[in-house]
Design a protein around this ligand. Sequence first.
Ligand code: CP
Length: 306
Amino acid sequence: MRHLISVTTLTPSDVEALLERAEYRLAHPNGQTLAQKVVANLFFEPSTRTRFSFEMAIKRLGGETLNFQPSTSSINKGESLEDTIRTIEAMGVDAMVIRHGENGIMHRLTKFVKVPIINAGEGTNEHPTQCLLDVFTIKQAFGRLSGLQVAIIGDVLHSRVAGSHFNLLPRLGMEILLSGPFAWMPKQVPPGVCIVTMEEALKADVVMMLRVQKERMNAIEIPDFKAYRQMFGLTVNRARLLKPHAIIMHPSPVNRGVEIDSEVVEHPQSVIFRQVTNGVAVRMAVLEELIQERRPDRLWVTASAQ
Ligand code: CP
C-alpha cells in the first residue's frame, strides 16, 4: 500500500532517484510503462497545471485517465466523498490523483483506499509534486541544491506549496528565507527557515513569489492589491536588484500586477513556464514509481506508516 501524500516520506536519496527519472522523462517523453493502466483524476478544487500535467504524464506513458467533475457527480445527490472514492476504486482504477481543500483528507482516504493515492494539493498542507518539480527546476538551473538560498515571498500562510518546501528543501541542504506581510508568515517558523526583509529576500539564489490566495481568506484579510504590489510585489524595479545568476519562480497561477509584474513573468531570469514543462516530467517519474514499479525496496511513499 503506497501513496505520495507528503514529502516527509521522501528521503534525499528517494528525491535524487525521482529527479534522475524525471530528467530521463524530459529527454524521452514517450513510453508505455502505464499501458493498460487507468488513473482517476479527482479534483475537488480548480486546477489547470496540476490536473492537465498529470493527464499529460499519464497519456505520455500510454495510460488512460478518468476525469472526475464534482459538479456533475453524485456528490451533488448527497453521496459522501468516501463513498465516491470507494466507488471509483471498485471500478478497478490503478491509482488516484486527488486535489481537495480539506487538510488531512488524504491520510483519511489512505485508511481504506488500496490503490496509490497521489496528493495533487491538499488544503493549506502540502503539494508534494509541485515541491518536487520546483526542486527539479532549481537543480536544472544551478546543477546543485545544497548551499542555495531560496526566498519564498508573499502569502506563505495559505500556501500548500510552502508547506511541502518547509519540509523538503532544508533536508536537501537549502536555506529558506521568508518575506511578506507579517500576518501571512507561519505562526511557528520551521527549522531551517527564517523571516527576512524584502531587501534581504531579493539577494537569494531563488526568488519564489506566491500568489495572494484570496479564496482562502476572509473578506477583511484580502489586501488592497495596489498597496500589496508596492510593498511585496516583484516589480520591474525590484527585479533589477536580483543577483545576475538568480532565478524567478512562481508555482502559478500568477496574479500579474499583484505579486509579480507582467514584465517580470517574461524576464530572462524567470523560469515560471519551465516549471510547468518540468511538472509533466516529474509527474511521469512519480507515476512510474508508484504504479509501474512495485519494487519492495522503494518504500518512500508509505504514507500509511504515519
Ligand atoms: N501550481 C498549481 O497547483 O497550479 P494549478 O492550481 O493550476 O494546478
